[in-house]
Design a protein around this ligand. Structure first.
Ligand code: APR
Length: 235
């Protein structure tokens, strides 16, 4: 099984800002205020507005999957056709992997186009702005909807499935992530311990670069399709 981890770098060329590059989302924002449960409790409108702006950016017709997203979807289909498996675990909350055709996909940090009701726990598709007046369509509870996003200090989603997959993957590939945030930044070490080969595809060496056996550097829209072509034997 091939385990692929993606981060914001794979969506950068699609027009979605990364977090820690120049001009990134955390520049000029206080993470504490907009991406933590405490920040949401302290000033829900500030947090809801931050995610409303990011949701609108994602729904901009100009934002679409790029060649890197498409190459990963092609890899999954071609490997499945040979009876193999590609699992794509993304830290990204955009829907570009789905739109490119990836199916075996886990969003470990949640999804921008979903909301979660804090009263009944329902997770639902939500494309409009989310406000404190938004009503849960499931329990009709008023003003208790939040973005279905994993904030700092919250547990990422699907960790049991992810750890199980890391133990059985033969190849671990990381694409477009800086290696700043755990547990994702530690996945390469778990995969190595399980005997997997490891490859980093990124614009520049990440914080975890030395843990990978191999690394290729450049824009994702160029280096990811080139790598997929190599894996598929140029098919
Ligand atoms: N092609 C390839 N890599 C790129 C490109 C590109 N066009 N542009 C940027 N990168 C790389 C950067 O070099 C950097 O290493 O993508 C990485 C982006 O790093 P971050 O901005 O830190 O994003 P990410 O690693 O996904 O952040 C992880 O942190 O804030 C939390 O929950 C948030 O999921 C996010 C997590």
């Amino acid at each position: 099984m091939i385990f692929i981890l993606t981060g914001a770098g794979i969506s950068q060329e699609s027009g979605i800002p990364t977090f820690r590059d120049a001009g990134g989302l955390w520049e000029g924002e206080n993470v504490e205020d907009v991406a933590t449960p405490r920040g949401f409790a302290r000033n829900p409108d500030r947090v809801l507005d931050f995610y409303n702006a990011r949701r609108r950016n994602l729904l901009d017709p100009a934002v679409a999957p790029n060649a890197a997203h498409q190459a990963l979807a092609r890899l999954e289909a071609a490997v499945a056709a040979r009876g193999g498996e590609v699992l794509l675990v993304t830290q990204n909350v955009d829907n570009l992997h789905e739109r490119a055709g990836s199916k075996n996909l886990l969003h470990m940090h949640g999804e921008m186009l979903k909301a979660r009701c804090q009263l009944c726990g329902e997770v639902m598709r939500w494309e409009g702005d989310l406000t404190r007046q938004s009503v849960c369509p499931s329990c009709a509870g008023p003003g208790r909807l939040r973005p279905h996003i994993v904030w700092f200090e919250e547990m990422p989603l699907y960790m049991p499935e992810i750890e199980q997959a890391l133990n059985r993957c033969r190849l671990f590939v990381s694409v477009g992530t800086s290696g700043n945030v755990y547990p994702a930044a530690g996945f390469v070490s778990l995969a190595r311990r399980a005997g997997a080969d490891t490859l980093e595809l990124n614009l520049e060496r990440s914080l975890g670069a030395s843990r990978f056996r191999d690394g290729r550097y450049g824009k994702a829209s160029a280096i990811v399709p080139a790598w997929v072509d190599e894996v598929l034997g140029g098919q």
